[in-house]
Design a protein around this ligand. Structure first.
Ligand code: SF4
Ligand code: SF4
Ligand code: SF4
Length: 248
């Protein structure tokens, strides 16, 4: 039986999600035994235009990147968005809140006019092409990645949580960050990370994106209980909230 050909590509990002894949070690060897990797800049020198599955990390921040993504999409039967940059635009979407000329001047100073520094408002992959599978998080959880790829290879739909981070957080017995006077995005963000941040003493900053149909009434109840407002909650969506800013 022919193994499915997999290619991994990256756009604008820190490449930390690819690093998570490399960190899988033995599990990565198991995965590689059932697929045929044909391109992965971070791990091999071969390149190919012939692949069945494209795993794409990073967000799209230049017109030429849109063209490249469309080409990748045209070659792949299945496209997987890897990490928050790819699924929701990630931290790169911060720049969409400002005038792009000001952003370039701030980052590149006197060199901002150079043609190779051209930039455009950031987009997540599915704002340009259809995406079949999403691996959430910044960075991704490599166990969840392996699970999603196994589902893809066996034709199953992965069971990605459709409930908020608070569910996992309460199951862990954490003291709620609101009790410390903080604002946590857990009530409106998709679970699946085992409430990593609240369990480590931080509030959730939303890297897995909004949960499907966030329960705004329940979130309002939490805000009321702690004398906060939905606007306070919205203001916390600075890092990862731009794509779905109107959701809450
Ligand atoms: S999602 Fe986070 S860890 Fe992954 S590439 Fe983007 S910035 Fe890096
Ligand atoms: S609001 Fe944050 S800290 Fe509180 S239960 Fe939900 S996830 Fe945990
Ligand atoms: S708690 Fe929130 S910010 Fe932290 S990993 Fe989970 S979804 Fe991401």
């Amino acid at each position: 039986m022919n193994k499915p050909r997999i290619a991994i590509f990256d756009f604008t990002c820190c490449e930390g999600c690819q690093l998570q894949i490399l960190n899988m070690e033995e599990e990565l060897l198991d995965l590689v035994s059932v697929v045929n990797p044909v391109e992965w800049r971070e791990a091999m020198s071969e390149q190919s235009d012939e692949y069945d599955i494209a795993i794409v990390e990073g967000s799209i921040t230049r017109p030429e990147d849109e063209e490249r993504l469309e080409e990748i999409r045209a070659h792949a039967k299945t496209l997987v968005a890897l990490g928050a940059c790819a699924t929701i635009g990630g931290v790169n979407k911060l720049k969409n809140k400002f005038d792009i000329t000001d952003v370039k001047r701030y980052v590149y100073g006197d060199s901002a006019h150079m043609p190779h520094l051209n930039t455009a408002p950031t987009k997540a992959l599915d704002e340009i092409v259809p995406v079949e599978y999403r691996v959430h998080g910044c960075p991704i959880n490599n166990k969840e990645f392996a699970y999603i790829i196994r589902c893809l290879l066996t034709g199953k739909i992965p069971a990605i949580p459709t409930y908020p981070v608070c569910v996992e957080c309460k199951m862990k017995g954490n003291v709620c960050r609101f009790e410390y006077g903080e604002i946590c995005l857990g009530p409106i963000i998709r679970a699946g990370c085992e409430a990593k941040c609240p369990s480590g003493g931080f509030w959730c900053y939303g890297c897995r994106g909004y949960v499907d149909n966030p329960n705004i009434n329940a979130a309002k109840d939490v805000m009321d209980k702690y004398q906060k407002t939905i606007d306070n909650l919205r203001s916390r969506m600075l890092l990862f909230g731009s794509k779905q800013a109107q959701t809450v």
